[in-house]
Write a protein that binds this ligand. Structure first.
Ligand code: ZN
Length: 249
Protein backbone atom coordinates (compact mmCIF):
# COMPACT_ATOMS: atom_id res chain seq x y z
CA UNK A 1 0.00 0.00 0.00
CA UNK A 2 1.59 3.28 -1.06
CA UNK A 3 0.49 6.73 -0.09
CA UNK A 4 0.73 9.35 -2.82
CA UNK A 5 0.73 13.06 -2.36
CA UNK A 6 -0.45 15.44 -5.07
CA UNK A 7 -1.83 18.93 -5.58
CA UNK A 8 -5.32 18.79 -7.09
CA UNK A 9 -8.30 20.90 -8.18
CA UNK A 10 -11.76 19.50 -7.39
CA UNK A 11 -13.76 19.30 -10.63
CA UNK A 12 -16.83 17.42 -9.42
CA UNK A 13 -18.34 16.06 -6.25
CA UNK A 14 -21.11 13.61 -5.51
CA UNK A 15 -22.53 12.89 -2.09
CA UNK A 16 -22.01 9.18 -1.60
CA UNK A 17 -23.63 8.68 1.79
CA UNK A 18 -24.55 10.72 4.85
CA UNK A 19 -20.88 11.23 5.57
CA UNK A 20 -18.80 10.48 2.43
CA UNK A 21 -18.12 12.09 -0.95
CA UNK A 22 -16.97 10.79 -4.32
CA UNK A 23 -14.71 13.32 -5.99
CA UNK A 24 -13.14 13.98 -9.35
CA UNK A 25 -9.87 15.89 -9.24
CA UNK A 26 -7.47 17.21 -11.82
CA UNK A 27 -3.79 16.78 -10.91
CA UNK A 28 -0.53 17.80 -12.60
CA UNK A 29 1.03 14.33 -12.58
CA UNK A 30 -1.89 11.95 -13.22
CA UNK A 31 -4.47 14.09 -14.95
CA UNK A 32 -8.01 13.27 -13.85
CA UNK A 33 -8.44 10.98 -10.84
CA UNK A 34 -11.53 9.79 -8.99
CA UNK A 35 -11.45 9.26 -5.24
CA UNK A 36 -13.66 8.46 -2.29
CA UNK A 37 -13.33 10.56 0.87
CA UNK A 38 -14.87 8.52 3.68
CA UNK A 39 -16.22 10.65 6.47
CA UNK A 40 -15.44 13.96 4.72
CA UNK A 41 -18.84 15.38 5.67
CA UNK A 42 -18.34 14.65 9.37
CA UNK A 43 -17.50 17.60 11.58
CA UNK A 44 -14.16 16.09 12.52
CA UNK A 45 -12.23 14.30 9.79
CA UNK A 46 -8.79 14.14 8.21
CA UNK A 47 -10.14 16.47 5.51
CA UNK A 48 -11.06 19.49 7.66
CA UNK A 49 -14.60 19.60 6.26
CA UNK A 50 -16.33 18.53 3.02
CA UNK A 51 -14.64 19.10 -0.35
CA UNK A 52 -15.83 21.95 -2.54
CA UNK A 53 -15.91 22.17 -6.30
CA UNK A 54 -13.08 24.46 -7.60
CA UNK A 55 -11.11 24.01 -4.34
CA UNK A 56 -7.34 23.59 -4.68
CA UNK A 57 -6.02 20.90 -2.35
CA UNK A 58 -2.96 19.02 -1.31
CA UNK A 59 -4.13 15.39 -1.24
CA UNK A 60 -2.80 12.19 0.22
CA UNK A 61 -4.35 9.11 -1.31
CA UNK A 62 -3.95 5.40 -1.76
CA UNK A 63 -4.03 4.49 -5.43
CA UNK A 64 -6.27 1.54 -6.23
CA UNK A 65 -6.60 -0.62 -9.33
CA UNK A 66 -7.37 1.29 -12.57
CA UNK A 67 -11.12 1.71 -12.93
CA UNK A 68 -11.77 1.81 -9.19
CA UNK A 69 -11.84 4.76 -6.83
CA UNK A 70 -8.67 5.84 -5.03
CA UNK A 71 -8.98 6.24 -1.28
CA UNK A 72 -8.29 9.68 0.13
CA UNK A 73 -6.63 9.58 3.53
CA UNK A 74 -5.93 13.28 4.16
CA UNK A 75 -6.29 16.64 2.47
CA UNK A 76 -5.45 20.23 3.08
CA UNK A 77 -6.94 23.18 1.26
CA UNK A 78 -4.11 25.25 -0.20
CA UNK A 79 -6.11 28.04 -1.85
CA UNK A 80 -9.36 29.63 -0.83
CA UNK A 81 -11.30 31.76 -3.27
CA UNK A 82 -13.50 34.33 -1.60
CA UNK A 83 -14.76 36.30 -4.58
CA UNK A 84 -15.67 33.38 -6.85
CA UNK A 85 -18.69 32.08 -4.93
CA UNK A 86 -19.96 35.62 -4.35
CA UNK A 87 -19.93 36.93 -7.94
CA UNK A 88 -22.05 34.88 -10.29
CA UNK A 89 -20.31 35.67 -13.64
CA UNK A 90 -16.92 34.82 -12.10
CA UNK A 91 -18.29 31.63 -10.58
CA UNK A 92 -19.89 30.64 -13.91
CA UNK A 93 -16.58 31.17 -15.73
CA UNK A 94 -14.67 29.18 -13.11
CA UNK A 95 -17.19 26.31 -13.42
CA UNK A 96 -16.74 26.48 -17.20
CA UNK A 97 -12.94 26.12 -16.82
CA UNK A 98 -13.49 23.10 -14.55
CA UNK A 99 -15.99 21.49 -16.96
CA UNK A 100 -13.66 22.18 -19.89
CA UNK A 101 -10.81 20.42 -18.06
CA UNK A 102 -13.06 17.54 -17.04
CA UNK A 103 -14.28 16.98 -20.60
CA UNK A 104 -10.99 17.45 -22.44
CA UNK A 105 -8.47 15.81 -20.10
CA UNK A 106 -8.05 12.03 -20.35
CA UNK A 107 -8.39 9.89 -17.20
CA UNK A 108 -5.15 9.11 -15.41
CA UNK A 109 -2.88 10.82 -17.96
CA UNK A 110 -1.20 14.17 -17.46
CA UNK A 111 -1.54 17.03 -19.94
CA UNK A 112 1.56 19.17 -19.66
CA UNK A 113 0.81 22.64 -18.33
CA UNK A 114 -2.96 22.20 -18.02
CA UNK A 115 -3.02 22.04 -14.21
CA UNK A 116 -1.11 25.32 -13.98
CA UNK A 117 -3.45 26.93 -16.52
CA UNK A 118 -6.55 25.87 -14.57
CA UNK A 119 -5.21 27.15 -11.24
CA UNK A 120 -4.09 30.37 -12.92
CA UNK A 121 -7.60 30.92 -14.34
CA UNK A 122 -9.22 30.41 -10.93
CA UNK A 123 -6.73 32.77 -9.27
CA UNK A 124 -7.29 35.43 -11.95
CA UNK A 125 -11.07 35.16 -11.77
CA UNK A 126 -10.94 35.46 -7.99
CA UNK A 127 -8.52 38.40 -8.16
CA UNK A 128 -10.85 40.52 -10.31
CA UNK A 129 -9.20 40.13 -13.74
CA UNK A 130 -11.90 40.77 -16.42
CA UNK A 131 -13.78 37.48 -16.94
CA UNK A 132 -13.26 37.51 -20.72
CA UNK A 133 -9.48 37.99 -20.37
CA UNK A 134 -9.14 35.23 -17.78
CA UNK A 135 -11.30 32.66 -19.57
CA UNK A 136 -10.02 33.33 -23.12
CA UNK A 137 -6.44 33.05 -21.89
CA UNK A 138 -7.30 29.76 -20.18
CA UNK A 139 -9.08 28.27 -23.20
CA UNK A 140 -6.53 29.33 -25.80
CA UNK A 141 -3.63 28.01 -23.73
CA UNK A 142 -5.50 24.87 -22.70
CA UNK A 143 -6.42 24.12 -26.34
CA UNK A 144 -2.77 24.65 -27.20
CA UNK A 145 -1.60 22.29 -24.41
CA UNK A 146 -4.08 19.68 -25.70
CA UNK A 147 -2.94 20.15 -29.30
CA UNK A 148 -6.32 21.57 -30.40
CA UNK A 149 -5.55 25.27 -30.88
CA UNK A 150 -6.67 26.00 -34.45
CA UNK A 151 -4.66 27.76 -37.11
CA UNK A 152 -5.26 31.48 -36.63
CA UNK A 153 -2.47 33.41 -38.30
CA UNK A 154 -2.24 31.73 -41.67
CA UNK A 155 -4.65 30.55 -44.32
CA UNK A 156 -5.07 26.77 -44.34
CA UNK A 157 -5.36 26.66 -48.13
CA UNK A 158 -2.66 28.96 -49.56
CA UNK A 159 -0.57 28.79 -46.35
CA UNK A 160 0.12 32.50 -46.52
CA UNK A 161 -0.17 34.79 -43.51
CA UNK A 162 -3.59 36.41 -43.28
CA UNK A 163 -3.12 40.12 -44.03
CA UNK A 164 -6.59 41.33 -45.02
CA UNK A 165 -8.78 42.63 -42.16
CA UNK A 166 -11.57 40.17 -43.06
CA UNK A 167 -10.98 36.43 -42.94
CA UNK A 168 -12.99 33.23 -42.48
CA UNK A 169 -12.95 30.44 -39.95
CA UNK A 170 -14.00 26.82 -40.03
CA UNK A 171 -13.09 24.48 -37.17
CA UNK A 172 -13.68 21.43 -39.41
CA UNK A 173 -10.98 22.76 -41.73
CA UNK A 174 -8.48 23.37 -38.94
CA UNK A 175 -9.00 27.11 -38.56
CA UNK A 176 -8.61 30.23 -40.66
CA UNK A 177 -8.69 30.88 -44.39
CA UNK A 178 -8.19 34.11 -46.31
CA UNK A 179 -11.16 35.55 -48.17
CA UNK A 180 -9.66 34.54 -51.54
CA UNK A 181 -9.31 30.86 -50.60
CA UNK A 182 -12.38 29.89 -48.60
CA UNK A 183 -14.85 27.72 -50.46
CA UNK A 184 -18.48 28.76 -50.89
CA UNK A 185 -19.53 26.52 -48.12
CA UNK A 186 -21.55 27.27 -45.02
CA UNK A 187 -18.88 25.74 -42.79
CA UNK A 188 -16.98 29.03 -42.98
CA UNK A 189 -18.04 32.00 -40.94
CA UNK A 190 -16.57 35.50 -41.27
CA UNK A 191 -14.12 36.63 -38.64
CA UNK A 192 -11.87 39.64 -38.37
CA UNK A 193 -8.13 39.20 -38.54
CA UNK A 194 -7.81 41.16 -35.26
CA UNK A 195 -9.96 38.52 -33.53
CA UNK A 196 -7.72 35.71 -34.77
CA UNK A 197 -4.63 37.65 -33.73
CA UNK A 198 -6.07 38.12 -30.23
CA UNK A 199 -6.63 34.36 -29.92
CA UNK A 200 -3.05 33.72 -31.09
CA UNK A 201 -1.75 36.11 -28.43
CA UNK A 202 -3.87 34.56 -25.69
CA UNK A 203 -2.46 31.19 -26.76
CA UNK A 204 1.05 32.54 -26.32
CA UNK A 205 0.28 33.73 -22.80
CA UNK A 206 -0.20 37.45 -23.50
CA UNK A 207 -2.97 39.34 -21.74
CA UNK A 208 -4.72 42.44 -23.15
CA UNK A 209 -3.38 45.75 -21.85
CA UNK A 210 -6.77 47.44 -22.05
CA UNK A 211 -10.40 46.37 -21.91
CA UNK A 212 -11.54 44.44 -24.98
CA UNK A 213 -14.48 45.93 -26.89
CA UNK A 214 -17.73 44.03 -27.00
CA UNK A 215 -17.61 42.96 -30.71
CA UNK A 216 -14.14 41.47 -30.13
CA UNK A 217 -15.32 39.57 -27.04
CA UNK A 218 -18.36 38.25 -28.95
CA UNK A 219 -16.24 37.10 -31.87
CA UNK A 220 -13.51 35.43 -29.79
CA UNK A 221 -16.27 33.58 -27.91
CA UNK A 222 -17.80 32.47 -31.22
CA UNK A 223 -14.47 31.10 -32.50
CA UNK A 224 -13.63 29.31 -29.23
CA UNK A 225 -17.16 27.85 -28.97
CA UNK A 226 -16.81 26.50 -32.51
CA UNK A 227 -13.47 24.86 -31.58
CA UNK A 228 -14.92 23.19 -28.48
CA UNK A 229 -17.95 21.92 -30.44
CA UNK A 230 -15.68 20.56 -33.14
CA UNK A 231 -13.58 18.55 -30.65
CA UNK A 232 -16.33 17.33 -28.30
CA UNK A 233 -19.12 17.14 -30.90
CA UNK A 234 -21.35 19.06 -28.51
CA UNK A 235 -21.34 22.13 -26.35
CA UNK A 236 -20.22 22.23 -22.72
CA UNK A 237 -23.16 22.47 -20.30
CA UNK A 238 -21.88 25.76 -18.89
CA UNK A 239 -21.16 27.31 -22.32
CA UNK A 240 -24.31 29.46 -22.37
CA UNK A 241 -23.52 30.83 -18.91
CA UNK A 242 -19.97 31.75 -19.90
CA UNK A 243 -21.27 33.55 -23.02
CA UNK A 244 -23.20 35.90 -20.72
CA UNK A 245 -20.40 36.11 -18.15
CA UNK A 246 -17.73 37.35 -20.58
CA UNK A 247 -19.90 40.32 -21.53
CA UNK A 248 -20.74 41.31 -17.96
CA UNK A 249 -17.43 41.95 -16.16
ZN1 ZN B 1 -5.50 31.69 -48.65
Amino acid sequence: MTFQRTPAVCLRKIDFSETSQILRFFTPGQGKISCIAKGSKRKKSAFHGPFDILGVYDLIRIEKRPGTLDLLTAAERVKTFLRLPAEYPRFAAACYAAEFTDEFAPDGQPVEGLFERLVEALVRLDAGVPVADAIFSFEARALRALGFLPRVRECGVCRKAITQPEAFFSPQDGGAACSGCRTRDDRWFPVRRSTLESIARFGEGDMPREAMKRPLVVEIRQVLDSCVRQQLERELKSARFVRDAVLQV
